[in-house]
Structure formats: C-alpha cells, structure tokens
Unconditional design. Sequence first.
Length: 446
Amino acid sequence: MISVLLVEDEPEVLELTRLFLERDTELSVDACLSVKEALHKLNTKIYNVIVSDYYMPEINGIQLLKTLKFQGIDTPLIMFTGKGDEAVAIDALNFGAAFYLQKSENPRFQFAKLRKMIYEAALKQRTEEIYRENNICVIIPVHNNEKRIGPILETIPDYIFRIYVIDDASTDQTPEIIRKCAEKDTRISSIRHEIHKGTGSSVKTGYREALRESMDIAVVMSGDNQTDPKYLPAFLDPIIKRKADYAVGNRLQAPQYIKDFPRWRFFGNAILTLLTKISSGYWQLMDPQNRYTAISRTALERIDPNTLYSRAGYSSDILVRLNTRGFKAVNVNHPAVYPAEVRPDSRSLLYYFRLLGLLHKDFLWRMKEKYLILNFHPLVFFYFLGTLCILSSLFLGIYALWGKIVDAEPLFIRATLTLILLFIGSMFILFAMLFDMEQERNIGAF
C-alpha cells in the first residue's frame, strides 16, 4: 500500500483527484486544502508520496519543498499544477521535486500519468531507504581535478553514507575546493597523499578507510566526472540483492565510446581486454579496465587492499584476486562520458607494457593459488603443455627455416612437425580456457 498526501486548495480539483487515485486499491489518499493542514499531517503520519499544487493562498509549492527540506522530511513530492510554466518546473526540480506534471484538458491521461509518477516516486523512495540501511561509501581518487571535483561532490546522492576523496598530491586548487565542499557536506572525508603515488594507491587508501569504518559497500568513481552518480543504483543493486560481490562498469555498449576512440587504440584496448579476461578468469566482463566499480565488504576483507597493485593497473589486479577467492563479478552498463578537456584514455605505451607484465604475473599467481593450492584442476597442466608445445613449435620452425636457408635441408618433415606441435599446443590452450570459463560459471554469489 502506498500512502499519498494530496495538497490542493481548490475543493473540486482536490475531490476529483482523490477519487481517481483511490480507484487504485494500492493507493491510500489523505487530502488537505492547505499547506498548514498538510504540515500537521506530516508531523503525525508517515507518507510515501506528496502530491501538491503550486499556486496556493498561504505558500506555494516551492516554498513547501523548502519547508520540508528544513524540517528534514525527505518524502518525495510531485508538483501537480495547472498554472506553472517552464521556469516553475525547473525551480521545482532543482529544489528536490521528484516530478513535475502540468494539468491538462484530458483528465484521464493526466491522472494516469500522475498515478505512474506516484508509483515511480514511491519505488525510488523505498529503494533509497534500502540503500540507507547499508553503510555505502564512495571513493574518489583525484589529482589536479579542480574543474571537475566540485560538481561531482555536489551530485553524490543523499543515501551515500561517506565520501572519501583521496587527493594524490594535487598542485592546483583541488585541495581548496575539497575543503570548501567538506564544510558544506559532513559526509566528505579528505585524505591527502603528500607524494604522487598513482590511482591504484589512492584506491587502496580509500579501501582501507572503508574497512576501518565498517562500510558495507565501497564504490569507486573517477575524479574527472567520467562516472555519473545517477548510475550508482545499478552498481549497488547486485550487491545488496546478494547476486554479486563486485560490479564493474561497461562502456562498450555506448556508441560514443567507440566513436571517440582512434582505431588503433580501440584495437589495443580490445586486445588488452582479452588478456585481462585470460589473466583474471572473468570471461564475461566486457570492460574490465573500467574504474567505475562497487565491492562488498566481505570481498574487500578477503582480498586485503594492502596487497593490491599501486599503479593504474589495479583494476586488473583486483579482478584476479576476487576470482581466486571465488567472488562473483557482474557487468553494469553505463554510457561513456568524456568532458571537453578530458581526452579519452590517453595512456602511454609504457602503461601498456607495465600492465602486460602485471597480467602475466597475476595469471601465474592465479593458476598456482586457485588450481594448485586452494583447489586442484587439471587445466593448469593444459596451459603448461599448451605453452610448451607452442614454444617448441616456434623453436622447431626457426630451426627448420635455418636448415633450409643455410644448409639447404628438406623443409617438409620439420615444417609438418612444427604445425602438428602448434596445433596440439593450441588445442591444449583452448581446452584450458574452456575449463576456466566453466569454473567461472560455477562461481556463486556468497
């Protein structure tokens, strides 16, 4: 049952609206002719949604929104008026109205739309109440983000319990902006690195603080406004509903992501994504390098943030550790956002070489930990034999070519043996990947 408080100063409109809404048996409607009466009811009863007119004798709908906010009443309000204009609609939404609906000459259509808005507002309110039952924090690593960090902090939803801003030795006005935002919002906790340590180190610092303050879910967002807070529910829901332990953003379904990328860099990222899948064992993740993520406290405690990679490749390193410990990860689709002054993925060649080394090291560590120490699976030997056969075919192929060119020896037998070894090695590797994919499917949430 959804409890609705209807505020309307015209008795005929009030009664007509009440009668229509009460045709829905899931709606319980209390009607009042004045704001004073509405405030009295709000002090004696809890409502799921408020539907209010804008122009009223005592105070208007915008003033009612301000009064509710001042009194700490966060019940969603729908502005339902016939005399407002575009400026009123903008003001209403800016001051926190859930929806704005203009009255029309077609009552059946407008009341149907109003009912839909009531359901949506009530659902959103209930969802946010669930979020508030969990201690959720947001970790934002920043380095010289003076133009973007302010708007990001201002748009973090109220259901977020704590905001950790990790200033990685910024040299511009970023620290001052964070300080001013923290004065307005007590949820903000600013932590500064005196020496520039990299994104991974900043995230590790945030994770440690999240564990220290017993946060249930830790969300990582970027400090350059490429991660929109309005998609937070999509990251939180899989963890709260215990369907996953780790949620990773996926930008690949956004057309502008592909459009804004040079072809060679998009190809490089595709190869890097494939290698990350092989290294981590999360084959279904579409965008594993994405830094918009959410993790449960259970998973964070098990992987130990202190052991994570400190540079930009931490996102791959954490996936390897999560997979090894048997935690489930899911994709969360969201659009790619590139502010005008931010170049999409302007990573250096050195970054890719470092990441390739990390992926190789992590892959070997995962094979040892997951399939030899914590459990046993023959896919380790498939990978080993496959690699051995492919390397042997490579050396044999070079030897065959050398014999043909230098000594004019027959090439057929050695070339055939080379191809056989290459084929056998490839089969071993493919079967190992297939077994690894099957292991991922068997990972359950918790």
